[in-house]
Design a protein around this ligand. Structure first.
Ligand SMILES: Cc1ncc(C[n+]2csc(CCOP(=O)(O)OP(=O)(O)O)c2C)c(N)n1
Ligand SMILES: [Mg+2]
Length: 322
């Protein structure tokens, strides 16, 4: 697998997926403001290039794990947006029958194994999938997305060590957005680049601009090649920004407005559009059509979700464990 010889027009579907994620999360935000969705929501607006740059390289039977900010990861891996929207809205037609919600997405048919609200919680689980992949020998890899905050969790370090020791085909994708909740990276660690931890455990690593889809894609392509060849794990740190608060409704007083304006000027979608236009891969009209199509699909997903029934009362104890 190489990313170097692709024709620019072959990259256009990646823009479609980025727009689908952006439109989806903007709709989720609007439904939340209208109280048609309730609960705790963490949006990845601004971080789409990491999800798409990574998952666009994977096979359906590769395993992906996420965390509390993973709508985009699931969509990029091919999850059905109707069932995803229904899950976030708590409806019976959702992926987990409406009982998991925004932070507990499972889309097994797409290879999106699970997400969790426990920071760093899926990192060891991805090792399990990678171990199974290694045993069955079909060349599958496991990918786990996590944030800079997870880098201070014990399971992160334990998992890096074991993955390296057992040469597991797992790719650690760190979305370093510089904050864990309301705390800047500099206040929770002296290790500015999370990829340095990979070096400690002899895992090949790179740090890339996570707002630049093609840089993410190149780094992940290298990591996937390495893992599929049986050479063990790889680590890709993507420097990115979240353009919303930590959760929807977060007043975000810990960051300056000027800082937010600067981050917005580096929006990964606008940047990829500029890149595709420079490569003469698409026209202004095509750019508009891609956005319109994404918004239409998302509107239909929202209609499907809101028209869906709530889980039945007698279902409250099924499919859940105490
Ligand atoms: C084990 C655990 N500790 C603390 C929390 C509370 N918490 C929720 S999100 C979060 C910050 C996570 O930061 P990061 O990993 O950088 O992800 P980001 O929110 O930036 O995407 C924390 C500490 C939690 N959910 N789980
Ligand atoms: Mg973070």
């Amino acid at each position: 697998m190489t990313t170097k010889r692709e024709k620019p027009t072959e990259l256009v579907p990646l823009l479609r997926t980025m727009w689908l994620i952006r439109a989806f999360e903007e709709k989720v935000s609007a439904l939340y403001a209208a109280r048609q969705i309730v609960g705790l929501l963490h949006l990845g607006i601004g971080q789409e290039a990491v999800a798409v740059g990574t998952c666009g390289l994977l096979r359906t039977d590769d395993y992906v794990f996420g965390g509390h900010r993973s709508h985009g990861h699931a969509i990029a891996k091919g999850a059905d947006i109707n069932r995803l929207m229904a899950e976030i809205a708590g409806r019976a037609t959702g992926y987990c029958a409406g009982k998991g919600g925004s932070m507990h997405i499972v889309a097994m048919e797409a290879g999106f194994v699970t997400a969790t609200g426990v920071v760093g919680g899926t990192i060891p689980l991805a090792l399990g999938a990678a171990f199974a992949a290694k045993e069955t020998g079909k060349g599958q890899v496991a990918v786990v997305f996590f944030g800079d905050g997870a880098g201070q969790a014990g399971p992160f370090h334990e998992s890096l060590n074991i993955a390296s020791l057992w040469r597991l085909p797992v790719i650690f994708v760190c979305e370093n957005n510089g904050y864990a909740e309301f705390t800047p990276l500099s206040a929770h660690t002296l290790v500015e680049r999370l990829a340095r931890h990979a070096q400690t455990y002899n895992i090949p690593s790179s740090t890339v601009d996570g707002k630049d889809l093609l840089r993410v894609r190149d780094a992940v392509a290298e990591a996937v090649r390495h893992a599929r060849a049986g050479k063990g794990p790889a680590f890709v740190e993507c420097l990115t920004h979240r353009l919303r608060g930590h959760y929807e409704g977060d007043p975000a007083k810990y960051r300056e407005l000027s800082q937010l304006a600067e981050w917005k000027s580096k929006d990964p979608i606008a940047r990829f559009i500029r890149e595709l236009k420079r490569k003469k891969a698409l026209s202004d009209q095509e750019v508009e059509a891609i956005e319109d199509e994404a918004r239409d699909l998302v509107e239909r997903a929202a209609e499907f979700a809101i028209a869906s029934p709530w889980p039945a009362e007698e279902e409250v104890d099924s499919q859940v464990t105490a």
